[in-house]
Design a binder for this molecule. Structure first.
Ligand SMILES: N[C@@H](Cc1c[nH]c[nH+]1)C(=O)O
Length: 367
């Protein structure tokens, strides 16, 4: 028999005060999105396996937790990302809504496997998507929105790492010589920053991409040496320049692909000082309408679990104990002043866990 209270690997309960902090952080950030015109959508936890992710061009299907629906006999899956679901809404039920369409969402997602560093399988994803545009101005606006939301949540010292997910494939397709390396080999060597093997394959034309990782301005200068697709460098430079007023450290790693399965010319990761994991990720991508028409989009998702773990989102409210028989109106008055009231329900009830006790018409602090 399973020990009582045991949960499957990678799943957990959130207890007080973390569960409340998670809700508070979600509400704080969703309010920022709403204030910038992003309207909330709430897709279901489970969908047809076939439909999850299929609206995003080039999405490799993430590993999904699947099961057969005993009612319809169809294969259903638990979502591992809400962006694809928002995309589905945008190109079906909201296909006629004016563009750019601003949407937001918050909810749990589940991945089949945690990693060694981050074993959790369920996480809370909060995000905003802009559908109909993926210009540098759109990127600037969405990055600024992510930053505003994270600052409102109290995340210290943000930094942004930009990446160009399709760059290597684009350079390869444009004929930049890769010697004996095919595209997957090239990408693997660049993932490993393996300059020696690049040279051994006769693909040294790609070497500047390795050296170009680092602070964004210097990285852009190095990228100028490469025959990038027309306008690409200008677009990235425009995003970098537009981020300068945010006063945030911006780095660029042009070959980083990890976690950017469907993003196109631009991807980004967000970090906070002292927080162990990436706290957000986003970029440009292409949605496919049911008739196959592509539509540009750009957005981001924030992963707030590490913010909760870092203690953000907790509010200290005084908690006052009301002895048995305290008139209802007095409790109401205390709550109106911002107190949490804990009413005794028995003679033996004690003010345990309270910061105050209500006596003689006053809330007296407990030592
Ligand atoms: N949903 C993506 C990030 C993203 C949102 N919009 C575009 N990209 C992720 O969690 O990896």
């Amino acid at each position: 028999m399973l020990p009582p209270g045991l949960l499957p690997e990678g799943l957990r309960d959130r207890l007080p005060p973390a569960a409340e902090a998670q809700a508070t952080l979600t509400a704080t950030m969703m309010a920022v999105f709403a204030a910038h015109g992003h309207e909330r959508v709430s897709p279901p936890l489970v969908e047809y396996e076939e439909s999850l992710g299929s609206r995003l061009a080039s999405a490799q299907r993430r590993e999904l937790l699947r099961f057969t629906d005993p009612v319809s006999q169809h294969t259903l899956a638990l979502r591992s990302d809400i962006t694809g679901q928002v995309g589905r809404i945008a190109v079906t039920r909201m296909a006629a809504a004016p563009r750019p369409l601003r949407l937001s969402y918050a909810g749990p997602v589940l991945r089949v496997r945690g990693s060694q560093l981050a074993p959790e399988r369920q996480s809370q994803q909060i995000g905003a998507e802009l559908i109909g545009l993926d210009s540098p101005a759109a990127a600037r606006a969405m990055l600024a929105l992510a930053v505003e939301a994270l600052l409102a949540a109290g995340v210290p010292d943000l930094s942004i790492d930009l990446t160009l997910p399709t760059l290597v494939a684009d350079l390869h397709a444009a004929g930049l010589p890769a010697g004996t390396a095919d595209l997957p080999t090239l990408q693997a060597l660049l993932d490993g920053k393996d300059a020696a093997s690049l040279r051994a394959h006769g693909a040294s034309a790609y070497e500047p991409l390795i050296a170009a990782a680092g602070p964004a301005d210097a990285a852009l200068a190095r990228l100028a040496a490469l025959p990038l697709p027309a306008g690409r460098l200008d677009a990235v430079a425009a995003v970098v320049a537009a981020l300068a007023p945010l006063d945030i450290s911006v780095t660029l790693d042009p070959t980083e692909r990890h976690g950017f399965e469907y993003q196109s010319w631009l991807g980004f990761s967000l970090f906070g000082a002292g927080l162990p994991f990436e706290i957000g990720r986003g970029g440009s991508y292409t949605l496919l309408h049911p008739d196959g028409t592509p539509e540009a989009a750009l957005g981001f998702s924030l992963y707030i679990d590490s913010l909760v773990e870092a203690g953000l989102g907790t509010t200290e409210r005084p908690r006052v104990f009301l002895a048995l028989g305290t008139p209802q109106a007095e409790g109401e008055a205390l709550r109106a002043q911002g107190f949490i009231t804990v009413a005794a329900l028995c003679e033996a009830c004690t003010p345990q866990g309270c910061t105050h006790i209500y006596e003689a018409g006053h809330a007296r602090p407990l030592a």
